[in-house]
Design a protein around this ligand. Structure first.
Ligand code: PLP
Length: 398
């Protein structure tokens, strides 16, 4: 296959060449253990400190001491959620944890696990655009609540949640609550400013903003305690044991710097291309429906339901044309179940099984979008001819 049009940047992103260049010396010459005492080790620990500063700056935090490096977004989320429950929870009086129905499995699975251990869980609903009612969420808080987890941006629809306001209002109701925000899909797409907010924990993952896979970070608000997840050595201030992955941490630091630098481009140019793709598809197919019309979406994501067409088939046909996209079902461990996010939004049956997420990056070109706008309707029209819902599709002019 010649042409690849990569429209699956919420799954992972291409590593930026400049990021790779920064990493290479730490694979070759600078291989010392950053915890050792000699000069070459200090080169590595200094590079880690530098990366920590870049991440703090990226997250709008003054003190880089608030940043802990981890292996991925999943580890960061597990660290925050289990860390709070182990630190503050007990099954008698501090046993309630709240999240939303549309979180990533790295949050939902931990909640389900804690539920099995006897914790009480509340999963807050969303509306048809994937939006949360803040009042409804706040009404779930009780004196027993110890943790509230709300993602900053949804990985499937791109819907952005008002996490700063949620954290602030939640603490007015119960000042002891800890707030965790999964920021994995917000990082690099919208501005982030954690300083002077009530957010206690914020997770990011390098591979979603052009750093390699296998490195993440967790912001922890000053004074917020949690039981560390990884025990062992004294790395990361004894909050995350294990020899630091110097090259990857250096790479993520540089990726964060570059992401901050290109944020305007993301908010304007990437959004322009996303809107062009969205309009191009919606205007040429009567069976195409936008799955989140929320005013507040990250600029790179669109999720479109193609009524009466099977999502897996769409992906297979697009793959033949070199177009990479994904369906909600594909992210949920290869199962064919419809996406839990779209089910929570009560997306109608007709488009639930034919919903596709397209996600762009700063490397997506106009030519690629033009190609996608041409090819996607062709694929849908071809599949309409073999759909068991011929009558319905004919009524829609397909
Ligand atoms: N949170 C969200 C919203 C995500 O989209 C993802 C990955 O897709 C993760 C967490 C997990 O991140 P990682 O792949 O680094 O474990």
């Amino acid at each position: 296959m010649e042409k690849i049009v990569y429209l699956d940047n919420n799954a992972t992103t291409k590593i930026d060449e400049r990021v790779l260049d920064c990493m290479l010396p730490y694979f070759k010459e600078q291989y010392a253990n950053p915890s050792s005492m000699y000069d070459s080790a200090h080169v590595c620990s200094n590079a880690i400190d530098e990366a920590r500063k870049k991440i703090a700056d990226f997250l709008g935090v003054v003190d880089s001491g608030n940043i802990i490096f981890t292996s991925c977004g999943t580890e960061s989320a597990n660290t925050a959620i289990k860390g709070v429950v182990n630190q503050y929870g007990n099954l008698e009086t501090k046993n309630h944890i709240i999240t939303t129905q549309v979180e990533h499995p790295c949050v939902l699975s931990v909640y389900e696990n804690l539920e099995k251990k006897g914790y009480k869980t509340t999963y807050v609903a969303v509306n048809e655009n994937g939006e949360i009612s803040i009042d409804n969420l706040l009404s779930k808080i009780t004196p027993q609540t110890i943790l509230l987890s709300v993602m900053h941006a949804n990985n499937e629809t791109g819907a952005v949640y008002p996490v700063y306001e949620i954290a602030q209002e939640a603490k007015k109701i119960n000042k002891n609550i800890k707030v965790f925000v999964d920021g994995v899909q917000a990082a690099g797409k919208i501005p982030i400013k954690l300083q002077d907010t009530e957010i206690d924990f914020y997770s990011i993952s390098g591979h979603k903003f052009h750093a390699p896979k296998g490195v993440g970070a967790l912001y922890v608000k000053k004074g917020t305690l949690f039981e560390p997840f990884m025990l062992g050595g004294h790395q990361e201030n004894s909050l995350r044991a294990g020899t630091q992955n110097t090259p990857y941490i250096v790479g993520m630091g540089e990726a964060a710097r570059l992401a901050k630098e290109s944020l305007d481009f993301e908010l304007n140019e990437v959004k322009r291309l996303r809107d062009k793709l969205e309009d191009g598809i919606l205007s040429s197919l009567k069976n195409a429906k936008l799955n989140s019309k929320s005013k507040n979406r990250v600029p790179n994501t669109t999720n479109i339901g193609f009524e009466y067409i099977e999502g897996e088939l769409i992906l297979l046909y697009l793959n033949e044309l070199g177009i990479c996209a994904s369906s909600g079902s594909a992210c949920t461990s290869g199962s064919l179940d419809p996406s839990h996010v779209l089910r929570a939004q009560k997306v109608p049956f007709e488009s639930l099984h034919g919903s596709i997420r397209f996600s762009l990056s700063r490397f997506t070109t106009e030519d690629e979008i033009d190609y996608a706008i041409k090819k996607i309707p062709e694929v849908i029209k071809k599949l309409a001819k073999i759909s068991p819902f011929q009558n319905e599709l004919m009524k829609l002019g397909l």
